[in-house]
Design a protein around this ligand. Sequence first.
Ligand SMILES: NC(=O)c1ccc[n+]([C@@H]2O[C@H](COP(=O)([O-])OP(=O)(O)OC[C@H]3O[C@@H](n4cnc5c(N)ncnc54)[C@H](OP(=O)(O)O)[C@@H]3O)[C@@H](O)[C@H]2O)c1
Length: 304
Amino acid sequence: MYFIGVSTAKSSIRQVFALWADILNRPEFELVGIDLPLRADPDLYRNVVEFIKKDPLSRGALITTHKVQLYRACQDLFDNIDPVARALHEVSCLSKEGPLLRATAKDPSTSSLALQSFLPDTYWESHEADLVCLGAGGSALALASHFVGNLSSGRTPRRIIVTNRSAERLKDFRATYESLGSGPELELIHAPNPEVNDEVVSAAPPGSLIVNATGLGKDAPGSPLTKGSQFPQDGYVWEFNYRGNLLFLDQAQAQRAEKRLRIEDGWVYFIHGWTQAISEVLGVTIAPTGPLFDTLTTAARVVR
Ligand SMILES: NC(=O)c1ccc[n+]([C@@H]2O[C@H](COP(=O)([O-])OP(=O)(O)OC[C@H]3O[C@@H](n4cnc5c(N)ncnc54)[C@H](OP(=O)(O)O)[C@@H]3O)[C@@H](O)[C@H]2O)c1
Protein backbone atom coordinates (compact mmCIF):
# COMPACT_ATOMS: atom_id res chain seq x y z
CA MET A 1 0.00 0.00 0.00
CA TYR A 2 1.27 3.46 -0.84
CA PHE A 3 0.92 6.74 0.97
CA ILE A 4 1.00 9.60 -1.52
CA GLY A 5 1.72 12.96 0.13
CA VAL A 6 4.32 15.70 0.41
CA SER A 7 6.49 14.67 3.37
CA THR A 8 5.20 11.21 4.18
CA ALA A 9 8.23 10.20 6.28
CA LYS A 10 7.09 12.61 9.00
CA SER A 11 3.65 11.09 9.42
CA SER A 12 2.92 8.88 12.42
CA ILE A 13 1.35 6.28 10.15
CA ARG A 14 4.82 5.12 9.14
CA GLN A 15 5.26 3.66 12.64
CA VAL A 16 1.64 2.77 13.27
CA PHE A 17 1.15 0.75 10.07
CA ALA A 18 3.57 -2.02 11.08
CA LEU A 19 1.86 -2.35 14.48
CA TRP A 20 -1.53 -2.56 12.80
CA ALA A 21 -0.31 -5.12 10.21
CA ASP A 22 0.68 -7.41 13.12
CA ILE A 23 -2.68 -6.93 14.86
CA LEU A 24 -4.46 -7.70 11.58
CA ASN A 25 -2.32 -10.86 11.24
CA ARG A 26 -0.96 -9.59 7.94
CA PRO A 27 2.70 -8.80 8.74
CA GLU A 28 3.48 -8.95 5.01
CA PHE A 29 1.57 -5.70 4.45
CA GLU A 30 3.95 -2.83 3.83
CA LEU A 31 3.31 0.91 3.57
CA VAL A 32 5.55 2.84 1.17
CA GLY A 33 5.58 6.64 1.07
CA ILE A 34 5.63 8.53 -2.22
CA ASP A 35 6.49 12.22 -1.84
CA LEU A 36 5.41 14.55 -4.62
CA PRO A 37 5.81 18.33 -4.70
CA LEU A 38 2.73 20.48 -4.12
CA ARG A 39 0.72 20.87 -7.35
CA ALA A 40 3.02 18.43 -9.15
CA ASP A 41 3.19 18.02 -12.91
CA PRO A 42 0.22 15.94 -14.15
CA ASP A 43 2.66 13.44 -15.75
CA LEU A 44 4.14 12.72 -12.35
CA TYR A 45 0.69 11.81 -10.99
CA ARG A 46 0.05 9.64 -14.04
CA ASN A 47 3.37 7.78 -13.65
CA VAL A 48 2.55 6.92 -10.04
CA VAL A 49 -1.01 5.81 -10.79
CA GLU A 50 -0.01 3.81 -13.88
CA PHE A 51 2.64 2.01 -11.82
CA ILE A 52 0.18 1.10 -9.06
CA LYS A 53 -2.35 -0.03 -11.64
CA LYS A 54 0.08 -2.31 -13.48
CA ASP A 55 2.18 -3.67 -10.60
CA PRO A 56 0.61 -6.88 -9.22
CA LEU A 57 2.14 -6.37 -5.75
CA SER A 58 0.67 -2.87 -5.41
CA ARG A 59 -2.75 -2.96 -3.78
CA GLY A 60 -3.59 0.74 -3.71
CA ALA A 61 -2.92 3.98 -1.90
CA LEU A 62 -4.11 6.61 0.51
CA ILE A 63 -3.71 10.11 -0.91
CA THR A 64 -3.35 13.32 1.07
CA THR A 65 -2.75 16.87 -0.20
CA HIS A 66 -2.84 15.83 -3.91
CA LYS A 67 -6.45 14.62 -3.87
CA VAL A 68 -7.80 17.16 -6.36
CA GLN A 69 -4.78 17.41 -8.68
CA LEU A 70 -4.32 13.65 -8.88
CA TYR A 71 -8.01 13.16 -9.66
CA ARG A 72 -7.82 15.73 -12.47
CA ALA A 73 -4.65 14.27 -13.97
CA CYS A 74 -5.65 10.60 -13.84
CA GLN A 75 -9.43 10.38 -14.31
CA ASP A 76 -9.12 8.27 -17.48
CA LEU A 77 -6.89 5.74 -15.68
CA PHE A 78 -9.59 4.88 -13.13
CA ASP A 79 -11.83 1.97 -14.14
CA ASN A 80 -14.31 2.76 -11.42
CA ILE A 81 -15.00 6.09 -9.68
CA ASP A 82 -17.29 6.19 -6.67
CA PRO A 83 -20.11 8.78 -6.80
CA VAL A 84 -18.63 10.78 -3.91
CA ALA A 85 -15.26 11.16 -5.65
CA ARG A 86 -17.09 12.18 -8.82
CA ALA A 87 -19.19 14.75 -6.97
CA LEU A 88 -16.26 16.27 -5.06
CA HIS A 89 -13.76 15.96 -7.95
CA GLU A 90 -11.15 14.37 -5.68
CA VAL A 91 -9.69 10.99 -4.80
CA SER A 92 -8.28 9.99 -1.43
CA CYS A 93 -8.08 6.23 -1.89
CA LEU A 94 -7.01 3.95 -4.76
CA SER A 95 -7.81 0.27 -4.54
CA LYS A 96 -7.77 -2.67 -6.94
CA GLU A 97 -10.11 -5.44 -7.83
CA GLY A 98 -8.02 -7.68 -10.05
CA PRO A 99 -6.64 -5.39 -12.74
CA LEU A 100 -9.36 -2.77 -12.20
CA LEU A 101 -8.44 0.43 -10.41
CA ARG A 102 -11.06 2.07 -8.21
CA ALA A 103 -10.98 5.70 -7.03
CA THR A 104 -12.87 6.70 -3.91
CA ALA A 105 -13.24 9.81 -1.76
CA LYS A 106 -13.22 8.83 1.90
CA ASP A 107 -13.11 12.21 3.67
CA PRO A 108 -16.88 12.84 3.81
CA SER A 109 -17.46 9.59 5.66
CA THR A 110 -14.32 9.66 7.82
CA SER A 111 -14.75 13.31 8.88
CA SER A 112 -18.39 12.50 9.76
CA LEU A 113 -17.27 9.56 11.88
CA ALA A 114 -14.75 11.79 13.64
CA LEU A 115 -17.31 14.56 14.18
CA GLN A 116 -19.89 12.16 15.57
CA SER A 117 -17.35 10.83 18.07
CA PHE A 118 -17.62 14.09 19.99
CA LEU A 119 -20.72 15.84 18.60
CA PRO A 120 -23.73 13.72 17.65
CA ASP A 121 -26.02 14.94 14.86
CA THR A 122 -28.85 15.31 17.42
CA TYR A 123 -26.88 18.21 18.94
CA TRP A 124 -28.04 20.55 16.20
CA GLU A 125 -31.74 19.88 16.86
CA SER A 126 -31.52 21.58 20.25
CA HIS A 127 -28.99 24.32 19.45
CA GLU A 128 -29.39 27.34 17.19
CA ALA A 129 -25.72 27.17 16.38
CA ASP A 130 -23.50 27.50 13.30
CA LEU A 131 -20.63 25.55 11.82
CA VAL A 132 -17.75 27.95 11.17
CA CYS A 133 -15.03 26.45 9.03
CA LEU A 134 -11.78 28.38 8.62
CA GLY A 135 -10.36 27.24 5.28
CA ALA A 136 -12.30 26.17 2.18
CA GLY A 137 -10.15 23.25 1.04
CA GLY A 138 -11.06 19.65 0.34
CA SER A 139 -11.49 18.66 3.97
CA ALA A 140 -13.80 21.63 4.68
CA LEU A 141 -15.95 20.62 1.72
CA ALA A 142 -16.02 17.02 2.91
CA LEU A 143 -17.24 18.13 6.34
CA ALA A 144 -19.90 20.45 4.88
CA SER A 145 -21.11 17.67 2.56
CA HIS A 146 -22.06 15.63 5.63
CA PHE A 147 -24.99 18.00 6.22
CA VAL A 148 -26.32 18.07 2.67
CA GLY A 149 -29.61 16.19 2.33
CA ASN A 150 -30.25 16.31 6.09
CA LEU A 151 -32.17 19.58 6.20
CA SER A 152 -35.62 18.18 6.95
CA SER A 153 -34.28 16.21 9.94
CA GLY A 154 -33.20 19.40 11.72
CA ARG A 155 -29.90 17.66 12.40
CA THR A 156 -27.79 20.31 10.76
CA PRO A 157 -26.18 23.54 11.86
CA ARG A 158 -28.33 26.64 11.36
CA ARG A 159 -25.75 27.92 8.85
CA ILE A 160 -22.39 26.85 7.49
CA ILE A 161 -19.93 29.73 7.35
CA VAL A 162 -16.68 29.16 5.49
CA THR A 163 -13.77 31.58 5.25
CA ASN A 164 -10.78 31.36 2.93
CA ARG A 165 -7.58 33.29 2.35
CA SER A 166 -7.90 33.29 -1.45
CA ALA A 167 -11.21 34.36 -3.00
CA GLU A 168 -11.16 31.96 -5.95
CA ARG A 169 -11.38 28.83 -3.78
CA LEU A 170 -14.66 30.12 -2.32
CA LYS A 171 -16.30 30.17 -5.76
CA ASP A 172 -15.36 26.54 -6.36
CA PHE A 173 -16.57 25.67 -2.88
CA ARG A 174 -20.05 27.10 -3.52
CA ALA A 175 -20.36 25.46 -6.92
CA THR A 176 -19.50 22.00 -5.58
CA TYR A 177 -21.53 22.41 -2.37
CA GLU A 178 -24.64 23.42 -4.31
CA SER A 179 -24.19 20.59 -6.80
CA LEU A 180 -24.44 18.05 -3.96
CA GLY A 181 -28.08 18.82 -3.12
CA SER A 182 -29.83 21.04 -0.60
CA GLY A 183 -27.99 21.74 2.61
CA PRO A 184 -27.90 24.43 5.30
CA GLU A 185 -27.52 28.04 4.19
CA LEU A 186 -23.92 28.60 3.15
CA GLU A 187 -22.12 31.88 3.82
CA LEU A 188 -18.69 32.36 2.27
CA ILE A 189 -16.31 35.01 3.55
CA HIS A 190 -13.07 36.12 1.98
CA ALA A 191 -10.51 36.31 4.79
CA PRO A 192 -7.20 37.61 3.41
CA ASN A 193 -5.99 38.28 6.98
CA PRO A 194 -6.64 36.69 10.40
CA GLU A 195 -8.60 39.70 11.69
CA VAL A 196 -11.47 38.74 9.36
CA ASN A 197 -11.47 35.20 10.81
CA ASP A 198 -11.52 36.74 14.31
CA GLU A 199 -14.65 38.71 13.45
CA VAL A 200 -16.41 35.67 12.03
CA VAL A 201 -15.56 33.49 15.04
CA SER A 202 -16.56 36.09 17.62
CA ALA A 203 -19.91 36.68 15.84
CA ALA A 204 -20.84 32.97 15.93
CA PRO A 205 -23.77 32.16 18.24
CA PRO A 206 -23.20 30.25 21.51
CA GLY A 207 -22.67 26.54 21.02
CA SER A 208 -21.24 26.89 17.51
CA LEU A 209 -18.59 24.55 16.16
CA ILE A 210 -15.39 26.32 15.05
CA VAL A 211 -13.07 24.29 12.82
CA ASN A 212 -9.51 24.99 11.77
CA ALA A 213 -9.29 23.45 8.30
CA THR A 214 -6.55 25.78 7.08
CA GLY A 215 -3.61 23.52 7.94
CA LEU A 216 -2.02 26.48 9.79
CA GLY A 217 -0.15 25.08 12.77
CA LYS A 218 1.04 22.03 10.82
CA ASP A 219 1.47 22.69 7.09
CA ALA A 220 2.62 26.24 7.83
CA PRO A 221 3.29 27.97 11.13
CA GLY A 222 0.72 30.06 12.98
CA SER A 223 -3.04 30.11 13.36
CA PRO A 224 -5.88 31.53 11.26
CA LEU A 225 -6.83 33.62 14.33
CA THR A 226 -5.01 36.43 16.16
CA LYS A 227 -4.31 36.18 19.86
CA GLY A 228 -7.19 38.59 20.53
CA SER A 229 -9.85 36.33 19.00
CA GLN A 230 -12.89 35.30 21.06
CA PHE A 231 -14.49 31.86 20.74
CA PRO A 232 -18.28 31.55 21.28
CA GLN A 233 -19.62 30.63 24.70
CA ASP A 234 -20.21 26.86 25.11
CA GLY A 235 -18.66 26.31 21.69
CA TYR A 236 -16.94 23.31 20.21
CA VAL A 237 -13.48 23.81 18.74
CA TRP A 238 -12.04 21.29 16.27
CA GLU A 239 -8.50 21.42 14.95
CA PHE A 240 -8.20 19.02 11.99
CA ASN A 241 -4.56 18.22 12.77
CA TYR A 242 -3.13 16.45 15.79
CA ARG A 243 0.58 17.10 15.30
CA GLY A 244 2.56 20.26 14.74
CA ASN A 245 2.78 23.47 16.67
CA LEU A 246 -1.00 23.83 16.93
CA LEU A 247 -1.36 27.44 18.00
CA PHE A 248 -5.10 27.39 17.24
CA LEU A 249 -5.55 24.70 19.92
CA ASP A 250 -3.50 26.76 22.39
CA GLN A 251 -5.72 29.77 21.69
CA ALA A 252 -8.81 27.67 22.43
CA GLN A 253 -7.23 26.13 25.55
CA ALA A 254 -6.62 29.60 26.95
CA GLN A 255 -10.39 30.28 26.81
CA ARG A 256 -11.54 26.77 27.71
CA ALA A 257 -12.73 27.46 31.26
CA GLU A 258 -14.11 30.97 30.74
CA LYS A 259 -16.05 30.03 27.57
CA ARG A 260 -16.78 26.42 28.59
CA LEU A 261 -15.29 25.16 25.34
CA ARG A 262 -15.13 21.53 24.24
CA ILE A 263 -11.89 21.05 22.31
CA GLU A 264 -10.96 18.29 19.88
CA ASP A 265 -7.93 17.68 17.70
CA GLY A 266 -7.52 15.58 14.53
CA TRP A 267 -6.46 12.32 16.18
CA VAL A 268 -9.75 10.44 15.82
CA TYR A 269 -10.07 11.78 12.26
CA PHE A 270 -6.60 10.38 11.51
CA ILE A 271 -7.54 6.95 12.89
CA HIS A 272 -10.80 6.78 10.92
CA GLY A 273 -9.11 7.99 7.72
CA TRP A 274 -6.41 5.32 7.82
CA THR A 275 -8.51 2.42 9.07
CA GLN A 276 -11.14 3.00 6.38
CA ALA A 277 -8.50 3.25 3.64
CA ILE A 278 -6.64 0.14 4.84
CA SER A 279 -9.94 -1.70 4.98
CA GLU A 280 -10.64 -0.89 1.34
CA VAL A 281 -7.13 -1.23 -0.09
CA LEU A 282 -6.05 -4.39 1.70
CA GLY A 283 -9.44 -6.06 1.86
CA VAL A 284 -9.62 -6.47 5.64
CA THR A 285 -12.81 -5.49 7.41
CA ILE A 286 -12.30 -2.80 10.03
CA ALA A 287 -15.62 -1.49 11.33
CA PRO A 288 -15.51 2.13 12.57
CA THR A 289 -16.51 0.99 16.07
CA GLY A 290 -15.99 -2.20 18.06
CA PRO A 291 -13.16 -4.22 19.59
CA LEU A 292 -10.85 -4.29 16.54
CA PHE A 293 -11.16 -0.54 16.03
CA ASP A 294 -10.46 0.01 19.75
CA THR A 295 -7.40 -2.26 19.64
CA LEU A 296 -5.97 -0.42 16.63
CA THR A 297 -6.64 2.95 18.28
CA THR A 298 -4.90 1.84 21.47
CA ALA A 299 -1.88 0.52 19.52
CA ALA A 300 -1.58 3.83 17.65
CA ARG A 301 -1.30 5.76 20.95
CA VAL A 302 2.45 5.04 21.09
CA VAL A 303 2.96 7.81 18.53
CA ARG A 304 0.38 10.27 19.90
N1 LIG B 1 -6.54 14.44 11.01
C1 LIG B 1 -6.70 14.03 9.77
O1 LIG B 1 -6.69 12.84 9.48
C2 LIG B 1 -6.91 15.03 8.65
C3 LIG B 1 -7.75 14.70 7.59
C4 LIG B 1 -7.95 15.66 6.57
C5 LIG B 1 -7.28 16.88 6.64
N2 LIG B 1 -6.47 17.13 7.70
C6 LIG B 1 -5.72 18.40 7.76
O2 LIG B 1 -6.59 19.49 7.51
C7 LIG B 1 -5.85 20.53 6.88
C8 LIG B 1 -6.66 21.01 5.67
O3 LIG B 1 -6.72 19.97 4.72
P1 LIG B 1 -7.23 20.25 3.22
O4 LIG B 1 -7.01 19.01 2.46
O5 LIG B 1 -8.60 20.84 3.26
O6 LIG B 1 -6.17 21.35 2.77
P2 LIG B 1 -6.24 22.42 1.61
O7 LIG B 1 -7.04 21.85 0.46
O8 LIG B 1 -4.84 22.89 1.41
O9 LIG B 1 -7.12 23.62 2.20
C9 LIG B 1 -6.67 24.58 3.14
C10 LIG B 1 -7.41 25.87 2.84
O10 LIG B 1 -7.20 26.78 3.91
C11 LIG B 1 -7.04 28.06 3.35
N3 LIG B 1 -6.33 28.94 4.29
C12 LIG B 1 -5.02 28.93 4.61
N4 LIG B 1 -4.77 29.89 5.53
C13 LIG B 1 -5.95 30.51 5.78
C14 LIG B 1 -6.34 31.56 6.64
N5 LIG B 1 -5.47 32.18 7.44
N6 LIG B 1 -7.65 31.94 6.67
C15 LIG B 1 -8.55 31.31 5.87
N7 LIG B 1 -8.23 30.31 5.03
C16 LIG B 1 -6.95 29.90 4.99
C17 LIG B 1 -6.28 27.84 2.06
O11 LIG B 1 -6.52 28.98 1.25
P3 LIG B 1 -5.72 29.35 -0.10
O12 LIG B 1 -6.71 29.09 -1.19
O13 LIG B 1 -5.41 30.79 0.05
O14 LIG B 1 -4.50 28.49 -0.14
C18 LIG B 1 -6.94 26.55 1.55
O15 LIG B 1 -8.06 26.81 0.73
C19 LIG B 1 -4.49 19.95 6.48
O16 LIG B 1 -3.51 20.43 7.37
C20 LIG B 1 -4.67 18.46 6.64
O17 LIG B 1 -3.46 17.83 7.06
C21 LIG B 1 -6.27 16.26 8.72
